[in-house]
Write a protein that binds this ligand. Structure first.
Ligand code: HEC
Length: 102
């Protein structure tokens, strides 16, 4: 295999991985929409899971409790342990920002 072919093959593997994991390389809003919105609603209004926006119980949880919920997945919520710390922090920051839009 030539060096160029090898470089192209490696780039394809790297890009392919980035494209198939919906959690990679997203803004906090895109990450929320990719992994949370199907249960909690695009506007945090709730659905399968409880509402998370202004006035919700989620607003009364501490940041650490929110991180815990995302990592553990209580009750019927799946665990998101596959997300890294930066992704979990950006989801917490996103929820806080949206909870302030009253
Ligand atoms: C498959 C549906 C589903 C997905 C996807 C999901 N959740 Fe949940 N979530 C739930 C359910 C159901 C509950 C209620 C769990 C319980 O306490 O029984 C919940 C609870 C919560 C709570 C606690 C709310 C409260 O009132 O106590 C928070 C915060 C939360 N989810 C955030 C998230 C975030 C952030 C994501 C994305 C990483 C996410 N959820 C993805 C279903 C989901």
């Amino acid at each position: 295999m030539s060096r160029t072919t090898l470089a192209v093959a490696l780039a394809a593997v790297v890009l392919g991985t980035a494209c198939t994991d919906p959690a990679v390389g997203k803004t906090d809003r895109e990450l929320y929409e990719a992994v949370c919105a199907r249960c909690h609603g695009v506007d945090l209004e709730g659905g399968i899971g409880p509402a998370l926006g202004p006035g919700s119980r989620a607003e009364t949880l501490t940041d650490d409790q929110l991180r815990g919920v995302i990592e553990v997945g209580p009750g019927a919520m799946p665990s998101f342990r596959r997300l890294d710390d930066d992704q979990v922090d950006s989801l917490v920051a996103y929820l806080r920002r949206r909870q302030r839009d009253r």
